[in-house]
Ligand binder design. Structure first.
Ligand code: PLP
Length: 480
């Protein structure tokens, strides 16, 4: 494809994307296909000869689209939102066009510097303490874009592990490193995302999963007691991963209490995973949810969830960038450059070497919407969630299972888990709505999230009417 054809096809693609997004509501939200459906539709070998673009695009519509789950669909209420907006799509397009690989400052100075500046912008808008900002006078911290929240948790755990091992080695110079590693203990709540467990597996450290309170919030005393017990057993607490806005029910760990407990354990790294909820802290009235952040060593949130930015864009800030990078620095000659000492090289801030120009899309989003536009978007979703909560509360057959603070409502039919499983599977099979379950306080609950960028009150009412129809049918059947 030459640039003349790219111009033409590019315009057609923009047209296709606009049509797709404008008419999305006419499609089924979830596909009705079985595993392996695509194998039967596509050849087993890549084509030997070039194919015609029109033919490729016609296969997109006929073969790919029938197997797509439409995350931007007005009837999609599962998981958390998958950020998407035109400025962000244009940012990715430009980044792909530039096609630089910004692993070091020298590898593409603008790629590095824009990331630093935009992360400072967003960090300030969220209300992070100054020590997380790279360009603040005297600050030792800074922000970086990672691929996912899972990666943010992993790299902070790796950094905490490196710091703890260094300290232990200094205290016990003749003890084998493997033995020291076997003593390290990380902590999180049962409600933490499974990525914490995965990070502990990769880091080869023990993880103690703690019980939250009845509101699914991890409390300081629970953390403090667990760490004291472990120390008595000869173990070494080194990392606590807390969550603001849990995946299951958007609950908030008590960061202030946990931070206070950690004063007794000054070497323990405190991480805050706010993958979804963190974005909302750009609204002044929601900043109280960030209380206790002054104790944290690191914080992550995903603009690719709830800030109109397309995947991938997971932002991580650390209090002390040297503590992060010293766990990840490998410095072969071919990657060194004349400004290594003066500039940020983001390859030391994460696992991969190569990095896309991801800050462009976040920059476009922040500038096109402005903080006020993004605040409006967040507030709109919260308003819709509140509307849904009110509808649920009016029907005495249902109950609300979380404190609805943001865009997620957890609800269930009063009755058994089995009954709720049947309800959700009937709704999802119909393709009329898509929601997913979670287990909160050992109970099966249904999660309803405000997701679509331009969702309306009518979408919420439609969703509730659909749920009620299925519940009526199910409860009637159950009576016979
Ligand atoms: N942490 C929390 C609180 C989440 O809700 C999620 C996903 O929903 C994750 C981590 C994992 O996110 P990612 O897919 O970016 O790794």
């Amino acid at each position: 494809m030459d640039s003349t054809e790219f111009r033409k096809r590019g315009m057609e693609m923009v047209e296709y994307i606009c049509n797709y997004l404008e008419t999305l509501g006419e499609r089924r939200v979830t596909p009705s296909v079985e595993p392996g459906y695509l194998r039967h539709l596509l050849p087993t070998e890549a084509p030997q000869e070039p194919e015609d673009w029109d033919q490729i695009m016609s296969d997109v519509e006929d073969k790919i689209m029938p197997g797509v789950t439409h995350w931007q669909h007005p009837r999609f209420h599962a998981y958390f939102p998958a950020g998407n907006s035109f400025p962000s799509i244009l940012g990715d397009m430009l980044g792909d066009g530039i096609g630089c690989i910004g692993f070091s400052w020298a590898a593409s100075p603008a790629c590095t510097e824009l990331e630093t500046i935009v992360l400072d912008w967003l960090g300030k808008a969220i209300g992070l303490p100054d020590h997380f900002l790279a360009l603040k006078e005297g600050s030792t911290g800074g922000g970086v874009i990672q691929t996912s929240a899972s990666e943010c948790v992993l790299v902070t755990m790796l950094a905490a592990r490196a710091q703890a091992l260094k300290r232990l080695k200094a205290q016990h110079p003749f003890v084998e490193e493997g033995h020291l590693l076997s003593k390290l203990m990380a902590y999180c709540s049962k409600e933490a995302h499974s990525c914490v467990e995965k990070a502990a597996m990769i880091c080869f450290v023990k993880l103690r999963i703690l019980e939250p309170d009845e509101n699914a919030s991890l409390r300081g005393q629970t953390v403090g007691e667990a760490m004291e017990e472990d120390e008595l057993q000869g173990l070494v607490p080194f990392f606590v991963s807390t969550t603001l806005g849990t995946t299951g029910s958007c609950a908030f760990d008590n960061l202030t209490e946990i931070g206070n407990e950690l004063k007794k354990f000054p070497c323990v790294w405190l991480h805050v995973d706010a993958a979804y909820a963190g974005n909302s802290f750009i609204c002044p009235e929601l900043k109280p949810l960030l209380k206790g952040i002054e104790y944290a060593d690191s914080f992550n949130t995903n603009p690719n969830k709830w800030l109109l930015t397309n995947f991938d864009c997971s932002t991580l800030w650390v209090r002390d960038r040297i503590r992060l990078t010293s766990a990840l620095v490998v410095d072969p000659l071919y990657l060194k450059h004349g400004y290594s000492d003066a500039a940020i090289d983001y390859r030391h801030w994460g696992v991969p070497l190569s990095r896309r120009f991801r800050s462009l899309k976040l920059w476009f989003v922040l500038r096109s919407y402005g903080i006020s536009g993004l605040q409006h978007y967040i507030r709109h979703h919260i308003k819709l969630a509140k509307r849904f909560e009110e509808l649920v509360l009016k029907d005495k057959r249902f109950e609300i299972c979380n404190q609805v603070k943001l865009g997620l409502v957890c609800f269930r039919l009063k009755g058994t888990d089995k009954l709720n499983e049947k309800l959700l599977s009937a709704i999802n099979e119909s393709g009329k709505l898509h929601m997913v379950p979670a287990s909160v306080n050992e109970r099966y609950i249904i999660r309803f999230c405000a997701v679509a960028q331009n969702a309306t009150a009518e979408d919420i009412d439609y969703a509730w009417d659909t749920i009620v129809d299925f519940a009526n049918e199910l409860l009637e059947k159950e009576q016979h």
